[in-house]
Every structure is written in C-alpha cells, then in structure tokens.
Ligand binder design. Structure first.
Ligand code: GAL
Length: 809
C-alpha cells in the first residue's frame, strides 16, 4: 500500500514538472552581446535617439583598463597596476522578446566598476557606486511594447582616483542578463534554502521564498519546491499555500516551509554534492513562475579547542586569499579563467578561498560549489575611514546597508560560502567608532542569515585597543598576520574561536634565486631591521626566504598553524599574483609578488611546498635550475612527501641523504656548481618512490607549446591557455630565456591576452607579441561564436616557429 501511494505521488510530481516546462514562465536572456562602447564622457548618450554608430561594438564582460598602456602617470598609480581608469559609456539597442508581453522585464548586472548609472529609453533608473555589488532594475514601465527598439545606456565613472589598493578594472566587467517574469514571480535572490537538521537518515530542507505580486488580486495560489539530486531524480517536494498569508495578494511576501530528503548526500570539499531546488508558483492551477536554486547539504562547526570541522570531521582550513582579476584578462569575468585558477589551487591541496576584499562574481561561487572550496565571502576593505581618498569610504554612509544586504541575499544559498566577513583591516578597529558599526553590520548579516559565522580580519591584537573586537559581536576572531601570537591564542583570548584570515605576504618572482637561501629577508626597503636593497631587475628570490615585514615566509606561519588543533586554519596572502600592489618595488613594477602562483598562472616553487604539505599527491620538487657560473655555491632545495628521505646526486656523485626532521618543511644542500645533471631520489622504506632531474640547459633551440585544452566550446568565451616553453635542443627549459614571441592566429579563435608573469613587464597584455620570462610565456586563445579549427603559430627570431591546432566546436 505504502509503495502504491509513493508511486502515485511520484507520477503526480512528474506530471507537474513537464506541465511547468511547457509553460516556461520565466525567461533568462544572456544580455552580453552587441553593446556599443565609448571611452570618455558624453552626457547626451543617455538619450535614446543618440547616434552611437561611431562607437566600438563589443561583447561584455568588458574591462577597458586592461586594454590600456601601462604608465606611471595614470592616476590609479602602480598600486592599481598603472593602467588607465576614467569614464566610459555603454549603449545597447534591442527589442523585447515576445515573451515580455504583459510581463515584467528586469535587467540584472553582476557588477560594474564603478559608479554605474543606467537609463532605459532616456529614463533614469539609478546609480550604484559599489563596483563589486550585483543589482537589477525593473525596466517594464519604460519599455515600449511590441517590436519597438529599446535603448539601455550605462555610464561608468571610475575617474576619481586613487580609489583602491589593488587593480579594480573599469567597466561592465561582469555578466548582464534580462529576466522576463510574470506579474507574480519570485523576487530576485528570492529563495533561501537551509538545512537545519541533518542526520545520516534524513535532512530537513527549509525553503524560504519571497514572492513579488505586481498583479493585484490573483485568486488561489500555492508554492511548490521540488528537490532533485545530482542525477536529476526528484527526491523531495515541499508546499505552501499562498492564500491568507500576510502581504498577499499584493507586494512582496515571504513564505517558509520544510521538506525532507532521505539518506542525504553531504556536500564536502572532497565530494561537493549538489542538489537543485526548483520552486514553482502556481496561481489558479497554472505555473506562473519557476526559480532554480542549487544548494548543498553540509554542517560545520568552529570549536574553541578543536578548531574547524565539516560534517563532523575535523578539517584544517587550507585557504588562500584571491583578488578578482584574471591576470592578462583583467577584471572581465571569464568562467574558464576562474576555473583554471581554482583547478591549480585544488591540485595544490587548497580547500578554501577568501574573496579579498569584496564580493566575487556569482560564477566564482558556482565554481566553488561545484569544485569543493569553502569560501569566506568578504564585504568591505574600508568603512567610513578611508584607505584611499576616493575609495568606498565616500559611499559607505549611504550604501553599506543595501550593499551588504544584497551580498548576503545573493550568496546565502551557496554551500561553499561558510563565513561572512564584514571587513578587512578596517581603520575603525583603532577607535571607538568601530563598536557601533561592527554591531550594525553584524546585525544586518544576522537578519538575513544566522547559519554562518561573521568575522572581520583584524590586525590590532591588543583587545583593549581593538574596538571591532570590543563590539563583542563577531562569531570568529579573524586575525591577520601576528603569527607569533597564535600558539598562545587560547590564553590571550579565552573562549574565542580562531581563524588566521590573512597570513604570509611572502614575496617571490618565479624562477629567480638569490643566495644564500637561509638569510631570511624582510621588506620594505627602509627603516626596518632587516634591510634588503632589492635587485636592479625588480626580481625577488623564489627560495621561500623573503617576506613583507608584517608577515612571514610560507614555512614560518604554516609550521605554527599545522601544530595546533585549535588553530582552525589559514588564508595565505595570496593564491595568485594579482594586478597592482607591487610591493616591494616602485614603478615599473605593477603587479604583486605575493602569489604562490604567478600572474600568468605558472606555479612558483612555494606551490610545491603547499602541495607536499596540503595534498596527498606524491611530491618531489627539486630547485633551483641548473645553469650557474662554475664554482658558485648554490643552495639546492627539495620539497617532498610520502617518502623517508631524499638523496641528491650531481653528475652521478652522491651529495648525501637528507631527512626532514619533525617540523621541517624542506631539505637542503649547498652545492658547488658544475654543469651537468642534478638528480634527486626519494625513498620510502628503502625503495625509490620518485626521481627528479634537472639538467644544465644549452642555448634556446625551439618552442615547446603546451595547450591546457585543445577542444574549445564555440561560445565566444571559452579559452585555451597555451604555455610556450623555450627549450634547448634536448628539451631542457632554458631558465633565463627571454625570447621575443609573436603569435599569429587563424580560424575560429582570437588572442585574449599574453603574459609571462614578470611583475615589472610593461608590454601590453593585449598585443600579439610578448617576451618570455625565465623560459616561459603564456598565450590565451579565445573561441569565437562559430565552430571550426584554430591554428596558432608562434614565432621567435632565430628559432623555428611552432604551430598548434585547436578545435572549436
Ligand atoms: C594586508 C592587506 C592585503 C594586502 C597585504 C599585503 O595587510 O589586508 O590587502 O595589502 O597586506 O601584504
């Protein structure tokens, strides 16, 4: 009998699914293509009749700063990558889709940097100063019906500088879409799905849905939420009647109802299992809206003594901080480029990201959900007190409430998001104005989400002087740097839960090595105890022995964090090099040296340190390169795991066996250089488990081309990242090769950017020619919207050209 009821229920559920699909009550339209762009200010461009024929046609997302030339004179300064900012206008002429008849039409922007103002058909829709926030406008009342042409105009004003401590990009740099929905529909970010009770047998799923009724009197209404597992099987269904609820029938009203999933599959960093909730609004027997919310089921806890646990299992948070730029692509959102960054970090063993110091693109969080990263989602880098004259301090007063609410509402269904941060190194921590603002911001978050802890990344460790701490409103004590205090954290801050929200600020240029490697150096150049003069070519040694004076080397802080259970984890500054903040060098340095991975996406040596410590992959990484002046004393380092010892050989002569002592992170030899082959053997229980060799390289002889993918989607967005290795005749990487490369592309692809990871290069990212740096260069090839072969040829004077074939389909 039970079985029969179940089958009938299933049939009923599936019946309404196909019914809903036929009606397609909500249309989401990609609105990125065919915009007109003008770099400069022209106020009349908001008028619908303005003639924009002479403007450039482009597809969004678009960042005009990255297209510019580097110059010391740009008002953004090298801290913002020495690229241009200014004012730009975008316009798009379009007709409404047929589905728009008698419906509401919204335009959604995921982010516009900065001070966007939007007009539809000459009518002013509004302004959003915050460049990292998502927002939308209802354009229905100002659109002409039928086949009439509509004109959207967007002014972007990023002219007041300096406005940031890092590169922001300029323009409509995230996705834009049109949403066509019925007069009765779920609001933007109108669902909130939580899982308040989770056991092995069942998870309770609580759905909160906000309906916007702009239709007046509507009759009988109900809400259904269908839950599908990752295979697309319907596993549960929740229901609420709309009638009789307060607010109904007109305006916005929120409904809450619960359902259950049997034997739930949990989301974790190893198995990021996702469910999908499809919420339908039914009125008088018809589906009037359908809204999809991916979500995950997981629980976690921060414990004073035991640190962090996910789904009941202790887990060290092994995180990195990430700014939003994508290297040579600038700030313009590209899903494949973000995915590549996350893949590299995942391979390293990283399990968490801090979005420094602003809300990320929504697709970034989608990727974290799918790939298994925890995310600390950060709101602000400043409140009322500025860090730069024209930063968010000028907008905080008027906008912080709305911006923070919009961030929480947009991001609170992502299983990856596990911490809200209300600010990074906020100046108000130093005086009593910090108390009321902290309380207010925490309260704003808690009104919308009580399932995640709130933190703020603090630097003032003396609690009597830290007023954000004194507000006593944070769930987690986020500490930036100050690693020497971590071991005594429990005594210093009794009852507080620890998280190292930012650590290290170690510095390195990929492939550059200064001896001796055991002299630890701290920047900046002047006034510090450890003074380092710097190199004339703006390089920093890549042995892990250079750091900003407020931070540490990678090893120093990691050794502390790994030792104590109560230290729940850390976020390393930073995962990748990013544009701007070129500490320790002045111009022409224009991007950072902090990354574990360089700006082009090439790992520095520290990457393998983390991989050997954070992942279970077998690692044996030997460095530096083997091209030195004969007789020079060279430090040879190896990172390894899953082995007892490493033996080093030079030209087949043993230089001795080394074993890491407890707490050692690497082993090291000092070797008098002679050309030839350096070889490391790792042994476990006396058996060789891995071998690494580095040969002295000869002159550059050819180009080795390594695309990360050969097949691209013909969607005009997909990318192939092609690494160009300058090798000698035997295939050894030439470690100081700086050959000039030019690229020619034919077929269905274009060049999206070139880079070599050198932070002081002033070559434009967008021209088809670039030098290699320490043997490597990167070309990013983008598909067009048409399928077909893509032929990519690289030329370097004096070397044979190299060609690869890609396929867009
Ligand atoms: C921190 C700051 C980061 C970055 C870093 C560089 O104090 O939060 O944004 O500036 O220093 O070391």
């Amino acid at each position: 009998m039970k079985k029969l009821v179940f089958i009938i229920l299933l049939v009923l559920l599936q019946g309404s699914v196909s019914n809903a699909q036929q009606l397609s009550p909500r249309t989401i339209i990609d609105f990125n293509n065919d915009w007109k762009f003008f770099l400069g200010d022209t106020a009349i461009a908001k008028e619908p009749g303005y003639n924009d024929n002479s403007w450039r046609t482009l597809n969004l997302p678009h960042d005009w700063s990255i297209e510019g030339e580097f110059s010391e004179k740009h008002p953004g300064t090298p801290n913002q990558a020495a690229l241009p900012t200014g004012i730009g206008w975008y316009r798009k002429t379009f007709t409404l889709p047929a589905t728009a008849k008698d419906r509401n039409v919204f335009i959604e922007f995921d982010g516009v940097y900065r001070n966007s103002e939007v007009w539809i058909n000459g009518h002013y829709l509004g302004k959003r100063p915050n460049g990292y926030i998502s927002f939308s406008y209802d354009i229905t009342p100002w659109c002409d019906s039928g086949a009439a042409q509509q004109v959207i105009a967007v002014k972007v004003d990023n002219s007041a500088q300096p406005s940031s401590r890092w590169y922001t990009g300029s323009g409509i740099y995230r996705n834009v879409r049109l949403v066509v929905a019925n007069k009765i529909a779920i609001d933007q970010w109108g669902t909130f799905i939580t899982t308040p009770n989770i056991s092995k047998h069942v998870a309770i799923v609580r759905v909160q849905a906000t309906i916007n009724n702009t239709n007046g009197n509507i009759g009988q209404g109900s809400l259904y939420t269908y839950i599908y597992d990752a295979a697309g099987t319907l596993v549960s269904k929740g229901y609420s009647s709309l009638n009789g609820a307060p607010g109904w029938p007109s305006g916005k009203s929120t409904y809450t109802y619960s359902t259950a999933i049997n034997a739930p599959k949990l989301w974790s960093v190893e198995t990021p299992y996702l469910y999908k909730a499809v919420t339908r609004v039914m009125v008088n027997g018809k589906v009037v809206d359908e809204y999809v919310t991916p979500f995950g089921i997981r629980y976690f806890n921060f414990d004073v003594q035991q640190g962090f646990s996910l789904n009941g299992k202790q887990l060290k948070i092994l995180g990195v901080c990430m700014h939003h730029d994508l290297g040579a692509l600038g700030a313009a959102v590209n899903v494949r480029a973000m995915e590549r960054q996350l893949q590299l970090l995942k391979e390293m063993g990283c399990n968490a990201i801090r979005t420094a110091h602003n809300p990320p693109a929504p697709e970034f969080l989608d990727l974290c959900d799918k790939m298994g990263f925890l995310v600390m989602d950060e709101a602000f880098d400043m409140w009322r007190k500025k860090k730069n004259k024209f930063d968010y301090n000028v907008d905080f007063e008027q906008w912080h409430k709305q911006d923070l609410e919009d961030q929480i509402r947009r991001d609170r269904n992502h299983p990856s998001v596990f911490i809200w941060s209300i600010g990074n190194e906020i100046r108000e921590q130093f005086d009593s104005t910090g108390i009321p603002i902290t309380k207010e911001l925490v309260n704003i978050v808690k009104q919308l989400d009580t399932t995640r802890p709130v933190t703020s990344a603090l630097t003032e460790t003396d609690t009597t002087k830290n007023f954000i701490y004194q507000a006593n409103a944070l769930d987690l004590m986020g500490m930036n740097y100050n690693q020497q205090l971590y071991p005594e954290f429990l005594q210093r801050y009794p009852g507080k839960k620890f998280l190292a929200t930012e650590t290290m600020s170690a510095l390195a240029s990929r492939g550059h090595y200064d001896m001796p490697s055991d002299s630890i150096r701290f920047w900046p150049l002047k006034g510090q105890k450890f003074v380092e003069k710097g190199n004339p070519d703006f390089t920093v040694s890549a042995y892990d022995h250079v750091a900003a004076y407020w931070g540490s080397t990678h090893e120093q802080t990691w050794k502390i964090i790994k030792q104590y259970e109560f230290l729940s984890g850390l976020f390393v500054w930073s995962g990748f090099d990013f544009l701007g903040e070129p500490v320790p060098y002045p111009w022409p340095a224009r991007s950072s040296y902090y990354g574990i991975i360089d700006l082009a996406g090439f790992p520095k040596d520290a990457y393998y340190m983390y991989q050997s410590e954070w992942s279970s992959k077998p690692v044996l990484h030997l460095f530096p390169h083997w091209n030195w002046t004969p007789g020079k004393e060279v430090d040879v380092w190896a990172y390894y795991n899953n082995a007892d010892e490493v033996e080093l050989f030079l030209n087949n002569r043993s230089l001795g066996v080394k074993r890491k002592q407890p707490l050692d992170i690497h082993v090291q030899w000092r070797v008098k250089y002679e050309p030839g082959t350096l070889k490391a053997l790792a042994r476990k229980n006396g058996q060789i488990v891995s071998v690494k060799m580095t040969n002295t390289a000869g002159e550059p002889a050819r180009l080795e081309l390594v695309p990360d993918r050969k097949i691209l989607h013909a969607d005009g967005k997909d990318l192939s990242f092609v690494t160009i290795r300058i090798v000698d005749k035997n295939g050894n990487l030439v470690p100081d090769a700086a050959n000039n490369l030019t690229v020619e592309i034919s077929g269905e692809g274009v060049l999206a950017g070139m880079d070599n990871g050198y932070p002081a290069s002033l070559e434009s990212f967008k021209v088809p020619s670039h030098k290699a740096y320490n043997g490597l260069c990167l070309a990013i090839i983008q598909s067009k919207q048409k399928a077909g072969p893509i032929r990519v040829t690289f030329h370097a004077p004096g070397l044979p050209s190299g060609t690869i074939l890609l396929q867009s389909q």
